[in-house]
Design a protein around this ligand. Structure first.
Ligand code: ADP
Length: 803
């Protein structure tokens, strides 16, 4: 221990304090002050300053400065525990009070310290806590003496001056250290964020800019700080905009936000920024802080998303289908315009909890809900046909389908669905099924109807064989056969006619037609039926002319059909009225009866093919359910309409036909050519038919009429035979095996010797195309089987004999 005689001097203190004011380092000032404090003791004393430290192991004292203490001892005293049973300094720091140990030999300090004191000749130790203005212990000031010693009051007072000064400087030092630490912290944070961070002063100058902002400007901190946007080279509109915004934040003290494109070191980018006011303790705006984020990628992504969303919407709106999407819980969150149109979407619908479900037909709802729940639970494709409410208030059949959209983890994030309107197809399918069923029923009925006449024919044939010489029986049973054949012929003709009409194979021969004449002819035609039913038929033809452009024969057929039905379906003694009217450019034929009437269930289908009412025993006439279908088709071909009315069974019926009226009256009927005088000549006729029976009966008929008939059943023999007999007329069956009628006609025509003969075709086919084929094969006439004898004989009468 060296002894210093110098006392504390005012010059030294002035010096130290002016150093402190000028910002000298804390360590230097601390050392100077400690040296000065040591000078208070005019003997061989050492001094040290400890500062309080805290780490994971707790609080302790760290030797911050030492004066006079040998280095070997400072090592040992470098760190002291803050401890109520420790060294005098440890105790002073612990209790926050002065500890004076006059003689260390009486002190309870731990052994190692006492031993070291002994070795270095330290007998007394005083320790003074350094109190911050707030009362916190910042450290201690310690004196060590070579002999036992206690301070007097004066000394204590002067030491107190030093401890106050030391505490003050230490407090300031710690604060500076703390704010430096904070500055480093903020600086680290701010220079490592990708966002731009800056502060404006009230004159719009940058007072702070973080590293990335400086980088974007391409400027150093010194170059940029203190400059305005204008001075930093912002485009004028941009600088002016920020000026306005800073002023706005100053005026409103509220943050503002914006986004702006900027050309900087990183190229042209889009920035999202926010300016916030920094308020002083008085609540006034002191500065404006800003942060700016580069949102170029986000904006691009948003734009792409918007684009893709727009594409999706445009495509879905262009589709004829309804398109919708649903969340994983089934809530529909998008539907396209087509869907909106279909259901007649209103915003109020959205307020209902289950609007999508409520659109489903009540009868389909449970099935649809089950299927949908299953799909949502399992992720299976949803597919169902159901009825959906249409904006017209009715329901339409749709095919609903939906597929799940999954994220990368396979979780369902959306359902994408479509509804396709299959209403027409579904109805067609149902109609087709119904038609098919009707067709089957019809075939069964047809078979029955065709078999019915066979029994009397067969019985009659039997009688004729057994009693060939009984003229009465022969006549009676021939009549039975004729009647039945005529009935069958009617059935077959109806059948052929309906098939041709409904397939559109019939050409109408349209001329101006007087409907009154049509109606009268039809009434004449059904006269026997009306008579048989003892009905009265009243024709109310009116006075106005009723003319249409149409096919006279077909219109007679239509009217006769309606009248025949009225007669058939009215119990004997009924009243039938046919009224003719011209209303609004339409000619209306209405046939009303007071007969059976029509069941409401049958009424809508009564014009359909094969549709018939229940068969009752009084339906002896037994039609095929074709008549009204024919009527409807023919009327439609004339641009007209049909309708049926009946209040139900036994209330009678009214059938109406409306046809567009023609302005022109029908031309007077063409002058018919004078009928050919019966020639009564005998012709040589060659009949070629492979059907022996048919050939024999026709031959008998021609023979009876006075012609000379040669019958050939094998067409291969026809040419030779003809060259021998040179017939005037050839009647050739068309449908023959080996050589058909057409071919045979060509072969016969090729024979010069046979030139001048007439050719008649005999066939089951009577369509225009069949007639055309006959003409091309060289036939002069075309007869459809069964041949009307009168017409055939009439045609023969028109031929001339070569003889
Ligand atoms: P068909 O007379 O051969 O059965 P139609 O097509 O002419 O076939 O008629 C279809 C069905 O319509 C008939 O079976 C009958 O039940 C009903 N019908 C037609 N006309 C009348 C009518 N004037 N009164 C009552 N029912 C009718």
């Amino acid at each position: 221990m060296t002894h210093q005689q110098t006392g504390s001097n005012t010059d030294g203190m002035k010096h130290i304090l002016s150093d402190a004011v000028r910002g000298a380092s804390y360590d230097v000032i601390l050392q100077s002050l400690l040296d000065e404090a040591r000078l208070l003791l005019h003997d061989e004393s050492w001094a040290s300053v400890y500062l309080m430290d805290e780490d994971a192991s707790g609080r302790h004292l760290r030797l911050a400065a030492a004066s006079g203490i040998p280095a070997v001892l400072t090592d040992m005293l470098a760190r002291l525990p803050v401890d109520p049973a420790g060294t005098p300094c440890g105790r002073a720091a612990y209790g926050g009070r002065i500890v004076i140990v006059e003689d260390l030999r009486d002190d309870p300090s731990p052994a190692p310290y006492l031993d070291a004191a002994e070795v270095h000749g330290v007998r007394a130790c005083w320790s003074f806590p350094l109190h911050s203005p707030g009362g916190r212990v910042l450290g201690t000031l310690a004196y060590y003496h070579a002999a036992p010693r206690a301070p007097d009051a004066d000394l204590l007072g002067r030491i107190g001056y030093f401890t106050d000064l030391l505490a003050l400087l230490t407090e300031r030092h710690l604060r500076e250290q703390e704010s430096e630490r904070q500055r480093r912290l903020y600086e680290t944070v701010l220079s490592n964020t990708p966002d731009l961070v800056y502060v404006f002063d009230l004159a719009h100058r940058f007072t702070y800019a973080n590293a990335v902002l400086l980088q974007m400007w391409g400027k150093t901190f010194e170059e940029a700080i203190g400059k305005t946007c204008w001075e930093l080279g912002y485009e004028p509109w941009h600088a002016a905009m920020h000026d306005r915004e800073i002023e706005e934040v100053k005026a409103t003290r509220a943050p503002i936000r914006g986004d702006v494109p900027f050309n900087g070191a990183f190229g042209r980018r889009i920035y999202d920024y926010i300016f916030v006011p920094i308020l002083g303790p008085d609540g006034e705006v002191e500065a404006i802080a800003g942060t700016t984020r580069d949102v170029t990628e986000r904006k691009r992504f948003e734009e792409e998303l918007r684009d893709s969303e727009l594409r999706f919407r445009t495509i879905t709106n262009a589709m004829p289908q309804m398109v919708w999407t649903a969340l994983p819980d089934g809530t529909v969150d998008y539907h396209n315009e087509r869907f909106d149109q279909f259901i007649g979407w209103t915003e109020e619908m959205a307020s209902g909890t289950n609007w999508a479900q409520e659109l489903v037909h009540p009868d389909d709802r449970e099935r649809a809900s089950e299927r949908w729940q299953h799909s949502m639970a399992s992720g299976d494709t949803y597919e169902i046909t159901l009825r959906l409410r249409h904006n017209t208030g009715g329901y339409r059949w749709v095919l609903a389908r939906a597929l799940p959209l999954r994220d990368e983890a396979g979780k369902i994030i959306k359902w994408l669905g479509t509804d396709t309107d299959i209403h027409e197809a579904k109805l067609n399918e149902e109609a087709l099924q119904a038609a098919n069923q009707r067709k089957d029923e019809f075939l069964a009925m047809l078979a029955h109807e065709l078999r019915n006449p066979l029994a009397p024919i067969s019985a009659a044939a039997q009688v004729l064989r057994l009693a060939p010489h009984n003229p009465d029986k022969v006549r009676q049973y021939s009549e039975v056969i004729s009647r039945q054949v005529s009935h069958m012929t009617t059935l077959v003709n109806d059948l052929l006619d309906v098939s041709r009409v409904t397939r559109g194979m019939v050409q109408l021969d349209k001329v101006p037609v007087d409907v009154k004449a049509v109606v009268t002819s039809a009434a004449e035609q059904v006269h026997p039926l009306v008579e048989a039913g003892r009905h009265t038929l009243a024709l109310q033809l009116g006075s106005a002319p009723a003319c249409v452009l149409g096919d006279r024969a077909r219109l007679i057929q239509v009217t006769a059909n309606l009248l025949a039905n009225a007669a058939k379906y009215t119990p004997p003694g009924g009243r039938i009225t046919l009224a003719l009217d011209v209303i609004d450019g339409m000619v209306r034929i209405a046939v009303t009866d007071n007969g059976n009437g029509i069941e409401p269930a049958l009424l809508p289908q009564v014009f359909d093919l094969f549709v018939q009412g229940k068969r009752t025993p009084d339906r002896a006439q037994g039609g095929l359910g074709l008549g009204l279908a024919l009527v409807k088709n023919i009327v439609q071909m004339h641009g007209g309409q049909v309708a049926a009315h009946s209040a139900g069974p036994a209330t009678g019926s009214t059938f109406t036909v409306d046809l567009p009226a023609a302005a022109q009256l029908p031309r007077p009927a063409a002058v018919t050519a004078p009928a050919l005088a019966p020639s009564n000549q005998s012709l040589r006729v060659m009949l070629v038919d492979d059907n022996v029976d048919a050939a024999a009966t026709l031959s008998a008929l021609l023979d009876t009429a006075g012609h000379v008939v040669e019958t050939i059943n094998d067409p291969r023999q026809a040419v030779t035979a003809a060259l021998a007999s040179l017939p005037d007329v050839f009647i050739l069956d068309i449908g023959m095996p080996l050589i058909d009628g057409h071919e045979l006609a060509r072969q016969l025509h090729a024979q010069p010797a046979l030139a001048g003969a007439m050719y008649f075709a005999l066939t089951g086919y009577g369509q225009n195309s069949d007639r055309e084929s006959s003409r091309q094969a060289g036939f002069d006439r075309h007869f459809v089987k069964p041949v009307e004898a009168a017409r055939l004989l009439e045609a023969l009468d028109g031929c001339t004999s070569a003889a």
